[in-house]
Design a protein around this ligand. Structure first.
Ligand code: SF4
Ligand code: FE
Length: 483
């Protein structure tokens, strides 16, 4: 089997016996839980679109290792075309789900671990690259969804991992055995862990020699003994329990994050990709972060397309579409959104080959991409709220709308232009509410700020990559300065 259908994917996740908690209770079947199901549907889209001939080029790749067609989410980028197509694929999926479709973290972890493990082996004669390749080929063959777990809880931010008063604030090796290691710790905000078959764990920061036990990277199945998840709350999440489609805004799709705990989990030797080579922790972090900062130049843009469209529809329904300031706001939203896309495409087009043969994005441009993402979606949301009007947060519930006495009143007074139903007007406003303030706001807003690293992390990389010394030389040459 090389490509799973959407239905096969859902079944495969249903068959995993994961340990999942939400609202203080263990969830027996997350795949059928009304709060969690929309997030599974989003990942499913990465399988459904891969089945369609019109998206074959974008969604799939012929593996140079096996000659078989694989999903692009399990691909190693072999050129700048691959890097660009990745971003285009993410924009498409953002457009189709208006949510986080989660599978990118694994793809980005794949590419970071592939190139880094190659370089560790070269220096130390270790087996990590072969271990990873075996794991990768299995994921490609079975078309698995893989999560990428980087963010440790980190405790006191002024202290290195080994200096923390609680040694588990960074995930670490607690026991070394001849056949593998036992790890303990947690990974916070884990996008899509719930909907993944496997999880790749990586360190979260650069490390010194004393952090040896913390410099660990590996992969385990999500239903491994000792791995469990505590699902993160999202704004308005329980609306999904109210049997209302309208009030949810996007009833079919969503994202999901979880605090993922590793409670003394055994990792066999052949699933280890870094183990104590502390000087490579930084390389792995930078590469994963770089790839995920590129990713946001695709996924957030696709979701932005939906939001811009929703604002334009709201303007039509309000009768405000011809107002010049509304047209101008839609232009501004488009300008901001396409600027993000430019960065995603640019850092891909300027990609270079790593020692392993795989391709990596231009780091400076990828960091500029993400830095823009920490700002522009906020402005796009602000403009969407401006165009939508206050009704997006004051409209009565669907239950009121369906009530025989109240429904006709709501229908009469909340109508906009004559030929559009009040129901359609409310539906588009709820979608904007969902993206701006509801469950999807996790992915479109706060994740835009902190996902793939908080803004300051990009500014450090921009400072490092910006080559200020070269710019000074340029200025001195033009000014005919001789020192
Ligand atoms: Fe993919 Fe975007 Fe979600 Fe990250 S935030 S997993 S890049 S959809
Ligand atoms: Fe993310």
């Amino acid at each position: 089997m090389a490509l799973m259908t959407g239905e096969q994917y859902i079944e495969s996740i249903r068959n995993l016996k994961m340990e999942v908690y939400m609202f203080g209770k263990q969830i027996d079947c997350p795949a059928d839980d009304p709060i969690l199901r929309p997030s599974l549907n989003s990942v499913r889209m990465t399988y459904d679109l891969a089945q369609l001939p019109e998206y074959q080029e974008l969604m799939t790749v012929v593996s140079p290792d096996t000659g078989k067609r694989i999903n692009r989410f399990t691909n190693i980028h072999r050129g700048t075309d691959d890097l660009r197509n990745k971003v285009k694929m993410q924009r498409l999926l953002g457009q189709r789900t208006a949510a986080c479709f989660q599978r990118c973290v694994g793809m980005d972890a794949f590419n970071a671990v592939y190139s880094t493990s190659y370089e560790i082996d070269k220096k130390y004669g270790t087996q990590y690259f072969e271990n990873f390749k075996k794991f990768m080929l299995e994921c490609q063959e079975k078309d698995l969804t893989v999560d990428g777990a980087m963010t440790d809880p980190k405790g006191d931010r002024s202290k290195a991992p080994h200096q923390q008063s609680d040694p588990d604030m960074f995930l670490r090796v607690v026991e070394r055995r001849p056949d593998g290691v036992v790890v303990r710790g947690a990974k916070a905000h884990q996008t899509g862990a719930l909907n993944s078959h496997e999880i790749i764990v990586m360190p979260t920061i650069s490390m010194g020699p004393e952090d040896k036990d913390y410099a660990i990277s590996f992969a385990v199945p999500m239903d491994t003994k000792g791995v469990f998840m505590i699902i993160g709350r999202q704004s308005c999440d329980t609306r999904k329990l109210e049997n209302t489609e309208m009030d949810v805004g996007n009833a079919e799709f969503g994202g999901v994050e979880a605090l993922t705990v590793f409670d003394d989990v055994f990792v066999p030797n052949d699933r280890i990709f870094l183990n104590g080579e502390t000087e490579f922790a930084g390389m792995l972090v930078e590469r994963f972060a770089g790839f995920h900062r590129q990713s946001y130049g695709g996924c957030k843009v696709g979701v932005g397309d939906v939001l811009i469209g929703a604002a334009a529809v709201a303007a039509d329904y309000n009768g405000a579409a011809k107002a010049s300031h509304v047209k101008d706001k839609l232009i501004e939203m488009t300008h901001l959104n396409e600027t993000l896309y430019c960065c995603g495409i640019a850092c891909s087009a300027e990609g270079t080959q790593t020692e392993s043969g795989s391709y990596i994005i231009d780091m400076l441009l990828a960091n500029v991409c993400k830095q823009n993402v920490t700002r522009f979606p906020y402005e796009i949301v602000r403009l969407a709220e401006d165009i939508a009007g206050g009704l997006m947060v004051t409209a009565p519930s669907e239950a009121d709308f369906r009530n025989p006495k109240l429904g006709p009143i709501i229908d009469k007074y909340l109508r906009g232009v004559e030929n559009v139903s009040t129901e359609n007007r409310l539906r588009i406003l709820r979608l904007i509410e969902n993206l701006a303030l509801g469950t999807a706001a996790v992915g479109y807003r706060t994740e835009s700020m902190h996902g793939a690293g908080s803004p300051q992390a990009q500014r450090i990389m921009i400072a490092r990559q910006g080559n200020l010394a070269h710019k000074k030389e340029l200025a001195k040459a033009i000014a005919h300065i001789k020192e």
